[in-house]
Design a protein around this ligand. Structure first.
Ligand code: ZN
Length: 239
């Protein structure tokens, strides 16, 4: 194993994190992983400046590859076709949609398929409504369970249980208003793995103790989730 370092770089105004692994390689190599993370392997003798220049040169390729990952993962109900074979994220896994005609309208998950039973399979708006309602309901149930658990973990470290609101938030996963003791969480959390939902809830609860992202803040998060960095990184690919 070489040693791995995490650094930041801004490409066309987009701030990105990348990993550098020092290895016995002759050339500097670049890879965009399936989750959209950037990985570079380089010889120990190659300076950070040289690696950065290399990344600037590959800027077009990098941003393009990351956008592709994001598009694949984006769940925007309006841009969906709701036809057989379409893929959806649910708790970090990919599911394929299967539309069935049925007078009893409901959604089932069987193996890696989401089965949408609908009266009029050609009615796209109807399919969107049914499926969105199902995702919203599942998000409510699952997030509620995580919140209850995290609330108990924080125990009497917090003044009282905060008010939790679930919202359609497209640019963030959650937010916390310490003064009002209010936490908002995004319905989109239903797309990400369960451990990432825990991370977001633990993160927002930690803001009830420390409002900023200082070292003190991350120390609180670490107490409840020592490997929060992995979860945070993983979430970025669902943004
Ligand atoms: Zn925060």
């Amino acid at each position: 194993m070489g040693n791995v370092e995490i650094r930041r770089i801004t490409l066309s105004g987009v701030e990105l994190t990348y990993e550098i692994e020092r290895k016995n390689v002759k050339n500097t190599n670049l890879r965009i992983r399936n989750d959209g993370s950037i990985y570079v392997s380089a010889n120990r003798r190659v300076s950070i400046k040289e690696i950065e220049n290399f990344l600037y040169m590959e800027e077009g390729f990098i941003l393009n590859a990351i956008n592709k990952v994001k598009k694949r993962r984006k769940y925007d109900p309006k841009t969906r076709s709701y036809e057989d074979g379409e893929r959806f994220y649910y708790l970090g896994e990919t599911y394929t949609l299967r539309v069935e005609r049925s007078d009893l309208e409901c959604v089932d998950i069987v193996d890696n398929e989401i089965i949408l039973n609908v009266r009029y399979p050609d009615d796209k708006a109807r399919k969107m409504r049914l499926l969105s309602a199902w995702f919203t309901k599942k998000a409510g149930e699952i997030i509620q369970e995580v919140v209850e658990e995290v609330d108990e973990m924080y125990g009497n470290r917090i003044k009282k249980s905060p008010d939790i609101t679930l919202k359609n938030m497209n640019t963030r996963w959650g937010s916390c208003n310490k003064a009002k003791y209010k936490i908002s969480l995004s319905y989109n959390l239903i797309k990400v793995p369960l451990r990432c939902i825990y991370y977001v809830v633990i993160h927002e609860y930690a803001h009830l103790l420390v409002p900023n992202h200082s070292a003190d803040f991350w120390a609180v998060v670490s107490e409840y989730m020592p490997d929060w960095k992995i979860a945070r990184k993983e979430m970025r690919s669902y943004e």
